[in-house]
Design a protein around this ligand. Structure first.
Ligand code: MG
Length: 290
């Protein structure tokens, strides 16, 4: 090691110690950001190389005990859009069995929603349908079709909804040439955030939502310490780009909004009965870390 590289290394370490101790002493260390530290080492050609550590793990770490390799997941068959991967919880696969195993009404009784041509169809006055299993942060794939026989307009046309934790609604609506308020159209976080684009297919055609949801966090007093976030693809197109939900999505009146209410870490996933025969198929979910 040359004298200059020793000096460089000492300077880098001194700077690291200084910057870390300064941050900690001032209470400014932001735990939401990775802690990056550096170290200078002499490379094979005798030149100094700057090593970087992210949250204590060396970049390009080859020791799997220090940096485990990501788990291997078998993807669904190529060419079948949205087929469930091997680690998904399959909630509805087109069979009566998967309905009986996974779904109830909001009272815990068998759902009155019906099977129509391998799809699960909302029945007027049957109420919401919800999963027996509870989920928190998750990835969801769900396919839906608004009625081919178009009736009604605005919010009355092909209305349903996908409810994360039974609480936060991603709107389902026939938004194909059907004008309504922006924060109530298909793909909206209802009453809170319109989709980036309207990528709705025609009535009766199958559409996909792929949703990445991180649940909100609450402190002991019930105050939100981290908002829920949504990233959503509608028919493969990004419509919500890591949006932090500013409050609840419940309908409280024509121009009102609900606020966050504290709830358990996990809750059933649900779909809405809004009086229109909207169909669903191929529903699966992958639990995510918070
Ligand atoms: Mg709705």
């Amino acid at each position: 090691m040359t004298r200059s590289s020793i000096l460089n290394r000492q300077t880098a370490l001194a700077a690291l110690i200084l910057s870390t101790s300064t941050l900690v002493s001032h209470g400014q260390q932001d735990m939401s950001k990775p802690v990056i530290t550096t170290e200078t080492k002499v490379g094979p050609d005798g030149k100094d190389v700057l090593y970087m550590y992210i949250d204590g793990i060396k970049v390009h770490e080859t020791d799997v005990s220090k940096q485990p390799l990501p788990p291997v997941v078998t993807p669904g068959p190529a060419g079948v859009l949205g087929a469930a991967p091997s680690d998904a919880v399959v909630l509805f696969d087109g069979t009566e069995k998967s309905i009986a195993e996974n779904w109830t009404d909001t009272q815990g009784q068998p759902t009155q929603w019906k099977m129509v041509g391998g799809a699960l169809e909302s029945v007027k006055k049957a109420g919401y349908i919800q999963t027996k299993q509870s989920f928190g942060s998750c990835q969801v794939h769900i396919e839906w079709a608004s009625p081919a026989n178009v009736e009604g307009d605005g919010q009355g046309r092909g209305n349903s909804g996908v409810f994360l934790m039974g609480t936060y609604e991603v709107q389902v609506l026939d938004s194909f040439q059907n004008v309504t308020y922006a924060d109530g159209q298909a793909g909206a976080l209802y009453g809170r955030k319109p989709p980036l684009v309207n990528v709705c297919r025609k009535p009766g055609e199958w559409q996909t939502y792929d949703i990445i949801f991180h649940r909100p966090l609450f402190d002991a007093a019930g105050k939100v310490t981290r908002r829920a976030t949504f990233t959503i693809l509608h028919n493969g197109v990004l419509i919500q780009d890591h949006v932090a939900l500013s409050g609840g999505t419940g309908w409280m009146g024509p121009h009102a909004a609900s606020e966050y209410k504290p709830h358990p870490d996990k809750a059933p996933f649900a779909m809405q009965d809004h009086g229109n025969p909207v169909r669903f198929r191929n529903i699966w979910i992958r639990e995510l870390k918070d």
